[in-house]
Design a protein around this ligand. Structure first.
Ligand code: ZN
Length: 85
């Protein structure tokens, strides 16, 4: 999975990039409290999270899908990210 931040809501889990299984939209999701964010430009903050349950079922996006999205630069885990800069 692609971790982008430690969750500011529950302080107990990682926020990861996932993909909505119906719309294929990428969004961020806390694995512990299930809080969701859909706008990487706003960051992973308490005041930028979505109402609970905004998205439905999700699947893991491919690395290629992430690199094409704005989410890519927010990936924290260096194991997931190629060192290009
Ligand atoms: Zn959380």
């Amino acid at each position: 999975m692609y971790k982008i931040a430690w969750c500011p809501i529950c302080d107990q889990g990682w926020v990861e990039i996932v993909k909505d299984s119906k719309t294929s939209q990428l969004y961020a999701y806390c694995t512990e409290c299930e809080t969701e964010w859909n706008d990487p430009a706003k960051g992973i903050k308490e005041d930028s999270c979505l109402p609970f349950g905004t998205f439905g079922r999700f699947i893991s996006p491919t690395f290629e899908e992430i690199t094409k999205s704005d989410w890519y630069k927010y990936i924290k885990d260096s194991d997931n990210k190629q060192q290009t800069d």
